[in-house]
Design a protein around this ligand. Structure first.
Ligand SMILES: *Cc1c(COP(=O)(O)O)cnc(C)c1O
Length: 463
C-alpha cells in the first residue's frame, strides 16, 4: 500500500556513535579572542570556535566502516593490499588506467603541472581553485578562468552556474596565445560559489578539446555533489544512479586531480589519475622524489583504506540528499529574511554577499572581514572572507590597493559533522547580525605578509 501521508523532513542518514564536545564561550571572551587574533579568524584557536565553517576540506566525520578500514590498513612499504583496494575503487568510479596516490589535492596538481607545463603555456578552466592557479603559475604558465556568463550575476539563480564558457574555450583553443598542454573543468566550481557543472557542458568541453587534440582533465574534488546536482537538475538523469553519472562524467576526460579531503570523505588524501601511460611514468618518477613510493604516495595504508570506502559513501543517494538539503536549508532561510547570498546555495557552502549586505562599507574597507568578525562575536561561528583580503592586489604602476571582483563570506559545511539544530543556530545568528548591519563598520589592514596574506594578516576596526 502507498503511504498516504509521506514524510518530508530530510534527516541525517546516520546516528552518532562518538561525540566531540564543543565549548561554549561568552561574548566577552570572544571579544578578547578576536582582538588577540588581530580580527583575523584564521588566527583564532579552534577550541574558541563553536561552529567551524571555515572549510569543508578534511573536516568531515568518518563512518564506522571507514574506521574499520583504518584498522585493516596494510602498512607495507610497497604493493600493500590497501593500495590495491584504493586503486580498484578509483578505477571503478573514475575509470582511469593509472592511479597515483598523493597526500592531498595540491600534491596531485604540483606533479601534474610541473610535468606538463612550461613558461608561456596556458591552462583554461571554468574557474581555477587557488592552489590550482598557484601550481600552474609556479611553472610560469598562465591559469585562465573561463566562467559562463551567468556566473557573474551573483544574486540570480541558475541550475549550472559552474559551467565553463564553451565559446571562450573554443576561442582559446583555436587561437592559442601559448602552448596548451591540457584544459580543465572543476566540479563543482569551488571558487565560483560551489556551483555545479552540467553533463552537457562537460561533454561539449571534452569534444572541443578532442577536436583540438588537447587533453581534458577534471578537478574532481566534489564529483559526488556534482553528480547529485546533475541527477536533480538535468533532463534525462533523474533515474540514473549517482555512480553511473560519475562514470559518465569521467568517461569524457583523459585524467583527473582529486582532493580526498572533500568527496573522498577522509581527513587527508588525494590522487592523480590519467589514461596516458607515458605521462604516468614521468609522474611516478616525480612522486617517488617528493611524495613516496607509487603504492602509497605520502599516505599511510590506513588513509588509502578510508578513501577507498569514502568515495563510495559520497555516492550514496541518502547522504547526498541530506548534504545538499542541509546547505540549501541554510542558504534559503537566510535569503528569505533578506540576506543577500550567491544564488542558488552551492553544494558545500553558502556565500553571503557582504558588499550588498553592508553598502556603507566600501570594498577596500573590507566588508567581508567585518562580517566574519560579527559572526564570531555573535555566536562563535567561523566563516571565511573571500574578497579583497584574499583576492585584492596592488596596482602595478601606482601601488594603490585594488579591490576583488566581489566581497563574499563563505560558510562551508563540514561533511556529517553538524546536525539540523546546529544549522538552525547558525541561521538565527546570521539574522541577528543582519538586523544590525547598518551599525557595522569597516576594517583596515595593520599587518600583511608578502604572500597569501589572508592567512596571517591583522586588522583594526575603522573609526
Ligand atoms: C581543495 C581543493 C583543491 C586542493 O586540494 P587540497 O587537498 O586542499 O590540497 C583543488 N581544487 C579544488 C576545487 C579544491 O576545492
Amino acid at each position: 500500500m502507498r503511504n498516504p501521508r509521506p514524510i518530508h523532513t530530510v534527516i541525517e542518514p546516520f546516528r552518532i556513535k562518538s561525540v566531540e564536545p564543543i565549548r561554549m564561550t561568552t561574548r566577552d571572551e570572544r571579544e578578547e579572542h578576536i582582538r588577540e587574533a588581530g580580527y583575523n579568524v584564521f588566527r583564532l584557536q579552534a577550541r574558541d570556535v563553536l561552529i567551524d565553517l571555515l572549510t569543508d576540506s578534511g573536516t568531515g566525520a568518518m563512518s564506522a566502516e571507514q574506521w574499520a578500514g583504518v584498522m585493516r590498513g596494510d602498512e607495507s612499504y610497497a604493493g600493500s593490499d590497501s593500495y590495491h583496494r584504493f586503486k580498484e575503487a578509483v578505477q571503478d568510479i573514475f575509470g582511469f588506467r593509472n592511479v597515483i596516490p598523493t597526500h592531498q589535492g595540491r600534491a596531485a596538481e604540483r606533479i601534474l603541472f610541473s610535468t606538463v607545463c612550461r613558461a608561456g603555456d596556458v591552462i583554461p578552466n571554468n574557474t581555477h581553485f587557488d592552489t590550482t592557479r598557484a601550481n600552474i603559475e609556479f611553472t610560469g604558465a598562465e591559469a585562465r578562468d573561463l566562467p559562463c556568463a551567468e556566473a557573474a550575476d551573483l544574486g540570480t539563480p541558475g541550475p549550472f552556474k559552474g559551467n565553463i564558457d564553451l565559446e571562450g574555450l573554443e576561442r582559446v583553443l583555436a587561437h592559442p596565445s601559448g602552448r596548451i598542454p591540457l584544459a580543465m573543468i572543476t566540479i563543482t566550481n569551488n571558487s565560483g560559489g560551489g556551483q555545479p557543472v552540467s553533463m552537457a557542458n562537460i561533454r561539449a568541453a571534452s569534444e572541443i578539446c578532442r577536436a583540438h587534440g588537447v587533453p581534458f582533465y577534471i578537478d574532481a574534488c566534489r564529483f559526488a555533489e556534482n553528480a547529485y546536482f546533475i541527477q536533480q537538475r538535468e533532463d534525462g538523469y533523474e533515474d540514473t544512479p549517482l555512480i553511473d553519472i560519475a562514470r559518465e562524467m569521467f568517461s569524457y576526460a583523459d585524467g583527473a586531480t582529486m582532493s580526498a579531503k572533500k568527496d573522498g570523505m577522509a581527513n587527508i588524501g588525494g590522487f592523480l589519475a590519467t589514461n596516458d601511460d607515458g605521462l604516468a611514468a614521468q609522474e611516478r618518477d616525480l612522486l617517488i622524489l617528493t611524495e613516496g613510493f607509487p603504492t602509497y604516495g605520502g599516505l599511510a595504508g590506513r588513509d588509502l583504506e578510508a578513501v577507498a570506502i569514502g568515495l563510495y559513501e559520497a555516492l550514496e543517494p541518502d547522504y547526498q540528499k541530506y548534504r545538499i538539503a542541509s546547505t540549501a536549508y541554510l542558504g534559503d532561510h537566510i535569503s528569505a529574511a533578506g540576506v543577500p547570498i550567491v544564488q542558488p546555495p552551492g553544494g558545500h557552502a553558502v556565500y553571503i554577499d557582504a558588499a550588498a549586505m553592508c553598502p556603507q562599507i566600501a570594498p577596500l574597507e573590507l566588508p567581508g572581514i567585518s562580517l566574519t568578525v560579527e559572526l564570531y562575536l555573535e555566536a562563535g561561528i567561523r566563516g571565511v572572507e573571500i574578497g579583497s583580503v584574499m583576492f585584492g592586489h596592488k596596482d602595478e604602476d601606482t601601488g594603490e590597493p585594488v579591490a576583488a571582483r566581489s566581497e563574499l563570506v563563505r560558510l562551508a559545511i563540514p561533511r556529517r559533522v553538524y546536525t539540523q539544530s546546529h544549522v538552525d543556530y547558525v541561521v538565527e545568528a546570521i539574522l541577528n547580525v543582519y538586523d544590525r548591519r547598518a551599525a557595522m563598520r569597516g576594517y583596515e589592514i595593520t599587518y600583511e605578509p608578502p604572500f597569501l596574506r589572508h592567512f596571517t594578516a591583522e586588522f583594526e576596526p575603522l573609526g
